[in-house]
Design a protein around this ligand. Structure first.
Ligand SMILES: [Zn+2]
Length: 165
């Protein structure tokens, strides 16, 4: 924070100070792309939603994080957003691994086991994979599974198109 913004800073409530019904119950899983900012997309205010961002916006990389925060916040709703022209549609896992093997030939076995979330099919299909992943996990609460929806954000029009499941 700059000195000016720090001067205007309002103290944030601790978790124990927030009334239980005002805790963030919305979980948003989306891409790390700097063009697609979920706080802007959904006009979010401080404290309104938990946002996880990973390249591609694949829920498969986030299970532990979803579960740890759910144990505190008891999420009511999960929104998965992926977007057009995503970097994950441009890189290929095999190509990333190729570079890593050159950098660290001794770690071939470890590198082979890595997954970077490349998107090779349609975006709708990829969003469905994330939804299916959460719904298939016996660790995710049933209520959250039932209230999980997916969207594709169009970077040219700003539209959020819901993915049919
Ligand atoms: Zn992306």
């Amino acid at each position: 924070m700059t000195r000016a913004t720090l001067a205007e800073f309002q103290p944030l409530p601790s978790l124990l100070e927030i009334e239980p019904e005002k805790l963030a119950r919305i979980l948003i899983i989306t891409c790390a792309d700097p063009r697609t900012i979920p706080e802007n997309m959904f006009n979010l205010q401080t404290g309104e939603a938990v946002v996880f961002r990973v390249p591609g916006g694949n829920a498969q990389f986030l299970l532990e994080h979803v579960l740890s925060l759910d144990s505190l916040l008891h999420f009511k709703e999960c929104i998965i957003v992926q977007h057009t022209d995503c970097g994950a549609t441009h890189f290929r896992d095999a190509k990333v691994k190729e570079g890593l093997r050159e950098r660290a030939p001794d770690l071939k076995q470890q590198i082979d086991g890595l997954s970077f979330g490349e998107i090779t099919g349609s975006l709708d299909e990829n969003v469905r994979k994330s939804i299916d992943f959460l719904r298939a996990s016996a660790l995710v609460p049933e209520e959250l599974k039932a209230n999980t929806r997916g969207f594709v954000f169009d970077i040219k029009t700003g539209h959020l198109n819901e993915v049919k499941v």
